[in-house]
Design a protein around this ligand. Structure first.
Ligand code: NAX
Length: 331
């Protein structure tokens, strides 16, 4: 485990997820108990005061691993030297807002973020996009960072993955640690496809333990719409669970997944019929610090239709952002 100080940049740090996330980073949950951290918090003017307030509380925790905290509104300064960039800040979907307007306002945030990362991030930078729409925002950021390998840009579907694992554990009355091989495919949206056909529970195939009726009628809609369920129950969107998924994603990326697998939005290489050049969620393992798509899984007709539907939505998003002129020429 590293003992060199790591530079971690969090955008939207004054928001809800920022508040749940920063203390876990500073306490060592993200990068381990021996890795000191410099935190840089990027905000816009309306969020700056909240971020500065959080800095006071971070100080009051006297975290031994927290070497410095800086608040800035300048993306170039924020990403200078960043080893880990957590892109949480985004424009939320207002009531009645068309999806294309959401894509446009976020494209205007994530393009400049990509350019600022390209200008000064560390050569080993790892980028995780949390702000919605995550897949297309990651695509846009990567497109504006031509000097950073595309496999350094990821989009967060780990919360969906964790939700799926937890729902299986509840249904099968088994500890979460005994569930493996679940996959979230496609977009981090209601079209996502949580696939259990390669999953095991206590070593037994999940598909032998649950029927397609339960999958189609309960499990898939529950996982895909869990964010809405949380809003209805809490009166606010997922915060602590989202921050926890950030920790899980980066922890596994840096430390490896071993034989187990998880889900992450990464740039497609054309695997599983997902067109190259879009950011889609896949089954992944982290090996030697890189995400690798789990190869050679058989995809049945039930899964194929659902993966294709979610990928079609991702292609629509890519086309929309391209039509708005928010991708560099030729992308
Ligand atoms: P908040 O609205 O509480 O916080 C967002 C913060 O971002 C605000 O403080 C705002 O000032 C800041 N911000 C806006 N534009 C910015 C910019 N250009 N640069 C820097 N900061 C900027 O939202 P929160 O609840 O924290 O959620 C953040 C994002 O996470 C949203 O897009 C949300 O939809 C997304 N989520 C993603 C999840 C996932 O699984 N991928 C799950 C949870 C969450 O829904």
């Amino acid at each position: 485990m590293s003992t060199s100080t790591m530079n971690v940049t969090v955008t939207g740090a004054g928001g809800q997820i920022g508040y749940a996330l920063l203390f876990r980073i500073a306490s060592g949950d993200l990068l381990g108990p021996t890795t000191p951290v410099n935190l840089t918090l990027l905000e816009i003017p309306s969020g700056r005061k909240a971020a500065e307030g959080t800095v006071l509380e971070l100080q009051d925790c006297a975290f031994p691993l927290l070497r410095s905290v800086t608040v800035t509104e300048d993306p170039v300064r924020a990403f200078d030297g960043a080893n880990i960039a957590l892109l949480v800040g985004s424009k939320p979907r207002a009531v009645g807002m068309e999806r294309v307007a959401l894509l446009e306002s976020n494209g205007r945030i994530f393009g400049p973020a990509g350019a600022a990362l390209n200008a000064g991030a560390a050569s080993d930078v790892r980028v995780l996009v949390v702000g919605n729409p995550v897949n297309t925002n990651a695509l846009v950021a990567s497109a504006f960072a031509p000097d950073i390998p595309v496999d350094r840009f990821t989009a967060m579907t780990r919360l969906d993955h964790n939700r799926g694992v937890a729902q299986l554990a509840v249904r099968l009355q088994i500890p979460v640690a005994e569930i493996d091989g679940l996959t979230i495919w496609g977009n981090h949206s209601a079209s996502q496809y949580p696939d259990v056909f390669h999953a095991t529970a206590g070593g037994r195939p999940v598909s032998e333990l649950v029927g397609e009726d339960w999958l189609a009628g309960e499990f898939i809609p529950r996982v895909a719409n869990r964010g809405y369920e949380i809003i209805q129950a809490r009166g606010a969107s997922s915060v602590a669970s989202a921050a926890n998924a950030v920790i899980d994603h980066v922890h596994d990326w840096v430390n490896g997944t071993g034989d187990r697998w998880t889900s992450a939005g990464i740039m497609s290489d054309g695997s599983y019929g997902v067109p190259a050049g879009i950011v889609s969620s896949f089954p992944v393992r982290s090996v030697d610090g890189r995400w690798q798509i789990v190869p050679d899984l058989a995809i049945n007709a039930f899964s194929r239709a659902r993966i294709d539907a979610s990928v079609a939505e991702l292609l629509d998003e890519r086309d929309a952002i391209r039509a708005l002129g928010l991708l560099p020429a030729g992308r």
